[in-house]
Design a protein around this ligand. Structure first.
Ligand code: SF4
Length: 160
């Protein structure tokens, strides 16, 4: 099984109530190997919701208690993000998950880049909270920027 950010599969889970629909992922969803996850919803945040960013750190810093996640109104939503990441770990213990395909730049799902915490659309290197905790649990992580037919077929048809 492969965890996939639900917004990439066309589910309207984004902060603004929309999605990041990815045609290739939707095409390959017919094989029944994808588990859609939205860590922010799993953590109890509503949809739509205010956009949030990690302030002065990365997902690892959040999980270590070194920094917080605030929404654009300045409200602390760290607890919900941490809860969402922990719920994702419950899922990988329930199912034979061998990889995750996560939306880049999200404070939860970003695997290489995230917003920098200034709410000005700027990006920094680093991973989100759910991506960090999945990587720590030895789940290989890809983003929508990494995937192509060859990789999806390798993942879906057990070549990896
Ligand atoms: S938390 Fe992840 S799955 Fe949910 S909307 Fe954001 S990027 Fe998509």
């Amino acid at each position: 099984m492969i965890l996939v950010s639900s917004c990439l599969l066309g589910l309207d889970t984004r902060y603004n109530g929309k999605n990041n629909s990815n045609d290739l992922l939707i095409e390959y969803s017919c094989y029944g190997k994808f588990i859609p996850i939205c860590p922010e919803q799993l953590g109890g945040l509503s949809t739509p919701r205010e956009p949030s960013e990690i302030i002065g750190g990365t997902g690892k810093d959040v999980m270590m208690g070194y920094c917080k996640i605030l929404n654009c109104k300045g409200e602390d939503v760290t607890e919900q993000y941490v809860k969402g990441a922990k719920e994702v770990i419950k899922i990988i213990k329930m199912f034979p998950v061998k990889a995750a395909i996560l939306k880049q730049k999200s404070p939860s799902c970003g695997s290489k880049r995230i917003y920098d915490g200034c709410f000005k659309g700027k990006i920094r290197d680093g991973e989100g909270v759910a991506a960090y905790i999945l990587r720590e649990n030895n789940i290989p992580i890809y983003s929508e920027e990494d995937i192509n037919r060859e990789l999806l077929e390798e993942l879906i048809f057990n070549k990896i």
